[in-house]
Design a protein around this ligand. Structure first.
Ligand code: ZN
Length: 214
């Protein structure tokens, strides 16, 4: 499968940036009781979440999953964003997603290979130095976990320590983020960032980039 040219991992620079502030983040509405209590534990400890999901990216993921839910079709895409580090902890911010035509069934999903060049073209033209920080897909009606195939995908294509896998079940209103752990995988706590702060952050980043390239 051809790789997008957004920013190759060789060029990946991890910037030392403070994570979104506590008053600009919140839990996802679809967190299970257990995931919600982990969210609050991380929040209260003042630790950095491993993944911050922007409201813009969340809206696209959830609406795409919901659109295909009546037919119980799975959807998928790349999560695009930044890898940052703060006080020795690495975290990612998902700013946007990239997806294209899919070959999907009720239990399987993959990109339509004929549509990939268009997707990569769009990503290249997005004008951002985004990195693929992971991928998302839906499990309409069968809860959130990584299947054997999902785990294989993670191990072969998303095996950097910062790569995550988001799984959403639009029928049970459930969402979870996973990372590789030893031979298997584990759930990692993530936070949703608020829209107003987001546009501010994106503007600041764009401004910094413009200044840097002058
Ligand atoms: Zn799956």
């Amino acid at each position: 499968m051809p790789r997008p040219r957004i920013v190759s991992e060789i060029q990946l620079k991890i910037s030392e940036t403070a994570p979104p502030s506590v008053d600009s983040i919140g839990p996802h509405d679809w967190l299970s009781e257990e995931s919600l209590s982990v969210f609050h534990r991380v929040l209260e400890s003042g630790s950095t979440f491993e993944v911050y999901l922007s409201e813009a990216a969340n809206c696209k993921i959830v609406s795409q999953a919901e659109e295909s839910a009546p037919k119980r079709l799975e959807v998928m895409g790349f999560m695009l964003g930044e890898v940052c580090s703060w006080r020795g902890e690495t975290y990612t911010i998902v700013w946007d997603i990239g997806t294209t035509s899919l070959k999907n069934t009720t239990a399987k999903v993959r990109f339509d290979h004929r549509a990939l060049p268009r997707l990569f073209g769009e990503l290249d033209r997005s004008g951002f130095d985004y990195v693929i920080v992971g991928w998302y897909h839906s499990h309409p009606g069968h809860t959130c976990f990584l299947s054997k195939t999902d785990l294989y995908t993670q191990k072969t294509m998303f095996n950097q320590p910062f790569h995550s896998a988001l799984v959403v079940d639009p029928i049970n209103a459930d969402i979870k983020v996973f990372k590789l752990s030893n031979e298997g995988y584990c759930e990692v706590p993530f936070a949703l960032t608020c829209a107003a702060r987001e546009s501010e952050a994106v503007e600041n980043r764009q401004r910094t980039r413009r200044l840097r390239t002058r």
